[in-house]
Design a protein around this ligand. Sequence first.
Ligand code: DGL
Length: 280
Amino acid sequence: MSAPASVPDTLDTPSKQGFHRRIGVFDSGLGGLSVLRALHQYLPLAEMLYVADSGHAPYGEKDTEHIIARSEYITNFLLEQGAQAIVIACNTATAAAAQHLRNRWPNVPIIGVEPGVKPAVTHSPSGRIGVLATPGTLASPKFQHLVERHGRNADITLQACPGLAKEIEGGELDTPRLRELVTQFARPLQEAHSDTIVLGCTHYPFVRPLFEQVLGPEVRIIDTSDAVARHVAHLVTELPACAPQTCSGHIRFWSSGKPAHLSQIVQRWFNLECEAQALP
Ligand code: DGL
């Protein structure tokens, strides 16, 4: 099957910067692959360790304690595998658990992601922006602070998208059900005349073409994965280099759900051979 329009044909894109480092990345499931893709583009020589917590997805509809416990377990696992830095490739887990992880591992760089409210406000000609995210992200104090900090003078429409990440987890990116959900969640933003829309969940870039079709070409869509990857690429220069023979652009995958499903998706979306293992 050919790669969908939102996904490059391969992860082997040209090098922007090359550093031999080992980086742990996790998400509730497949969404973090949108961040992994950008990380690999900026750091093609770094070894990436990716955990999809698909057995516990979606995080966006779980309570904070559960997400903190899962994030702690996975971070510990990634550090045991030799990760030098952790990227929380999930807005919901960042909102719920980033501070907890930083308190627990103060010497490990822990990089989170957050909805791109700031760039949206900067770029919106009308000041009317929309944010699509999980119910958990939108309800979190961290997100409320983000809006207070950067969105004071903007007219912001918040749209929770229950069920959308779960549907994307299935791996088919253009189903009638997905089109229905995208149309439903886009409608309040259209009614509010938002001209800039934030994809505030790392799963959503995989259905960006559907949002583009529904919202039309005048609406700007903000996805922060590239900015996050740039930030990580800059940050890891301060970490010691791994021996090139042990760390050379390889990506290892684990899943707490069905490893075969993750392998199949990585192969299908990125044309990359993948043998995901079960997360212990
Ligand atoms: N990909 C995640 C995020 O960025 C979470 C989706 C979910 O598990 O609900 O928020």
